[in-house]
Write a protein that binds this ligand. Structure first.
Ligand SMILES: Cc1cc2nc3c(=O)[nH]c(=O)nc-3n(C[C@H](O)[C@H](O)[C@H](O)COP(=O)(O)OP(=O)(O)OC[C@H]3O[C@@H](n4cnc5c(N)ncnc54)[C@H](O)[C@@H]3O)c2cc1C
Length: 458
């Protein structure tokens, strides 16, 4: 329950779009795509930076936990208000503040969706590289706070590589502006990169200046089938070891292919052991010779077939295969455990072999796909969490998976982040010195520990 005085002060802030205290209204702001649920005491919808400052100052005074929220699509529980208190939904802060073509930037409020930004800048000849498959629904603030990414990361990097500066509010209600409108700046510590990926635990982002890139002239996309995972992973290693960088290099294993065939209208060959989807972007003349070079490498790795798509319809058709995967998985195992581990590209074959062995030993079906060019594999354990014995077996399997990933010089999460779901595993990756420095940093940004409490807290 919020302090009565705090409630009055919060509800009378001028200009807020809405303030909910009724349980039914608050309910949908208590969960995200992780399916964890904790009911907040209240939900507030600011529309300006000044209102955010005001809200945080009140929460600081009354020691009220605040969980910032974009669109609640996080898969880890990052947006779940585990200590109740106030959810601050940034969804009404969805304005474009300025677009500057010559400076290749756009400044936006955090609640705007990724897709809205892409649509707006596409007409002006630009794109913003972060491309999570949730782009239509997720907010830029969420993308920043989770350092989200998608297929394009293999060529362009993640969100962290495409932000010039931020305005954010600390846990004491102080306003901090970071970065510059320039692509070069070395003044002071780089708080921009620190806030990105912090899951709302160090500050509430109220403005972001995003670095834009010109749209490539054209794209060429290939669907490449292999008879075995080994051949596909060898091809991935060879592609990454030469100079042509694809703007997508996605991998789908045999189990996933079978599932797409069985549960969608996508036509896939029966003998397919693995599938790679590769995309090139660039100018019209260069792209054809790049495609030829890659085709030679891919043929040498023993591919069964390679089909290039050139028109938008053909390209969309190829991506339809990848898009059919999530609905198929949802049908088969609606409560599957989905991890997004990463290993160096050279270690993907060892990782996939290890996963196969875990699957046999624990008798759990495991489906793998993902952004192979980054070594970022989505490992899906098809288990039933409602069955306690199956769940405990799945967690043991997961524990071994994480050990394997770290042994292979990898990391526990490539894009989904830690949230609640991976908290207990973080100490496998970060040592005591690292964690105590994180705690010290947290105290400087949020002395009363009110910002998204219970997250990034190991
Ligand atoms: C179908 C589906 C597909 C997905 N595909 C991908 C994918 O391809 N790649 C990928 O990386 N992720 C993916 N995700 C995960 C998710 O969409 C991303 O993490 C996304 O960036 C979250 O944005 P959001 O607006 O929903 O944030 P929320 O879920 O609302 O919040 C996420 C975190 O950000 C914090 N936060 C939000 N706004 C702010 C702010 N203004 N200031 C400070 N902290 C803030 C929250 O406190 C929370 O910790 C997918 C999710 C779904 C459901």
């Amino acid at each position: 329950m919020l302090d009565q005085q705090a409630l009055v002060q919060l509800s009378t802030i001028k200009g807020i779009s809405a303030f909910y205290t009724d349980k039914t209204d608050c309910l949908v702001y208590g969960y995200d795509n992780s399916k964890n649920l904790v009911l907040p005491d209240a939900v507030i919808f600011p529309t300006t930076h000044e209102q955010v400052v005001n809200i945080v100052a009140i929460c600081y005074q009354f020691s009220i936990p605040i969980t910032a929220r974009g669109r609640g699509t996080a898969t880890t529980g990052a947006a779940v208000p585990v200590r109740s208190g106030l959810v601050m939904s940034l969804e009404k802060m969805n304005k474009v503040i300025s677009f500057e073509a010559d400076n290749r930037l756009i400044t936006v409020q955090p609640g705007i969706t990724n897709q809205a930004v892409q649509d707006l800048i596409k007409n002006k000849g630009f794109f913003w590289p972060p491309d999570p498959s949730s782009s239509e629904f997720c907010s830029v603030g969420g993308n920043l706070s989770c350092n989200s990414a998608g297929p394009r990361a293999v060529k362009y990097g993640t969100t962290r590589d495409h932000v010039l500066g931020l305005t954010f509010v600390t846990g004491e209600g102080k306003t901090i502006k970071t970065g510059a409108k320039t692509t070069k700046s070395v003044v002071g510590y780089d708080f921009t990169r620190l806030i990105i990926g912090a899951e709302g635990s160090l500050g509430i982002i109220t403005e972001a200046t995003l670095k834009l890139l010109p749209l490539p002239e054209t794209k060429l996309t290939a669907k490449i089938f292999f008879s075995s995972i080994q051949q596909a992973t060898q091809a991935i290693k060879k592609i990454m070891a030469q100079p042509v960088i694809p703007c997508a290099l996605e991998f789908i294993d045999k189990h996933a292919i079978d599932m797409i065939r069985d549960y969608s209208d996508v036509d896939l060959p029966n003998n397919a052991g693995a599938l790679i989807m590769l995309e090139l972007d660039g100018d019209q003349t260069a792209i054809l010779s790049q495609a030829n070079k890659l085709e030679t490498i891919i043929n040498d790795s023993g591919c069964v077939s390679i089909n290039w798509a050139k028109t938008e319809i053909e390209i969309n058709d190829i991506w339809k295969t990848r898009k059919a995967l999530s609905p198929a998985l949802r049908k088969i195992a609606p409560k599957k455990i989905n991890e997004d581990v990463v290993v160096p590209v050279a270690n993907i074959p060892t990782l996939l072999n290890g996963i196969e062995q875990l699957s046999e030993r624990y008798q759990i079906a495991i489906v793998n796909f993902g952004h192979a060019g980054n070594g970022n594999i989505h490992v899906n354990l098809l288990t039933d969490p409602d069955d306690e014995s199956k769940l405990s077996k799945a967690y043991q399997c997961l524990d071994e998976l994480f050990d394997l990933v770290l042994k292979l010089d990898g990391t526990l999460s490539g894009e989904h982040g830690i949230g609640l779901e991976k908290m207990k595993h973080v100490k496998k990756e970060l040592d005591d010195n690292y964690i105590s420095l994180m705690k010290a940093v947290k105290l400087q940004f949020d002395p009363k520990l009110i910002l998204n409490p219970g997250k990034q807290d190991y």
